[in-house]
Write a protein that binds this ligand. Structure first.
Ligand code: ITT
Length: 197
């Protein structure tokens, strides 16, 4: 009944903590435990989630849950995908989400001028136990379209330019509970809870 949330991303941590809260599990963040940020060398969301979960479990001696996620844009052949965080980074590695959103939108405009570009978020969750060498994976996805200019301050990352299918508000404008009803992260989390019960 103890779990490490193996992420250094404050937005993810907030969402995962809210999803876990009803389960009454005692959670520790990677920051609290001073865990390093592993290099994400995998080729898929699942591979990266696995390596983050396994490393955090081994270093902390506790079960660890990791999240690898990103925005995939059809017109960009799935980019930025697993490189979603990297698209926000400048030369020094500082993240600026406006920079990332702006790049996504400009590259879309260059390929597909007046449409609302189709896109989806993917979330791969992995849970690993200490010194076990493997992890279990659960994946979620939410489809939608991109919009410009960015709207809303409530989410994180690419939320201000993502409108989930069948809705008008961006994820950035939605209340957290509404995002949790339909998000890629919530879907992956439901699968994880079902499998563990
Ligand atoms: P950790 O590896 O420490 O968990 P990170 O930010 O480096 O944090 P990722 O490599 O998985 O994590 O990067 C995924 C990026 O995709 C993330 O930084 C967000 O910008 C974006 N992203 C993922 N889920 C999102 C969501 O629900 N809303 C908006 N953007 C999201």
């Amino acid at each position: 009944d103890k779990l490490v949330i193996a992420t250094h991303n404050a937005g993810k941590l907030r969402e995962i903590a809210a999803l876990i809260e009803p389960l009454g599990i005692q959670c520790f963040s990677a920051k609290e435990l001073d865990l390093p940020e592993p290099e994400e060398i995998g080729n898929t969301f699942a591979d990266n989630a696995d390596l983050k979960a396994r490393e955090a479990a081994d270093l902390s001696g506790l079960p660890a849950l990791a999240d690898d996620s990103g925005l995939c844009v059809d017109a960009l052949h799935g980019a930025p995908g697993i490189f979603s965080a990297r698209w926000a980074e400048d030369e020094e590695g500082n993240r600026d989400w406006m920079r990332a959103m702006d790049r996504v939108w400009r590259e879309c405009e260059a390929t597909e001028p007046d449409a609302a570009p189709a896109a989806h978020f993917v979330c791969a969750l992995a849970i690993a136990w200490p010194n076990d060498g493997q992890a279990e994976n659960f994946e979620g996805r939410v489809d939608g379209t991109l919009t410009w200019p960015p709207r809303g301050e409530k989410g994180f990352g690419y939320d201000p330019i993502f409108v989930p299918a069948g809705h008008e508000l961006t994820f950035g404008e939605m209340e957290p509970d509404d995002k949790h009803r339909m998000s890629h992260r919530a879907e992956a989390f439901r699968k994880l809870v079902e499998a563990l019960q």
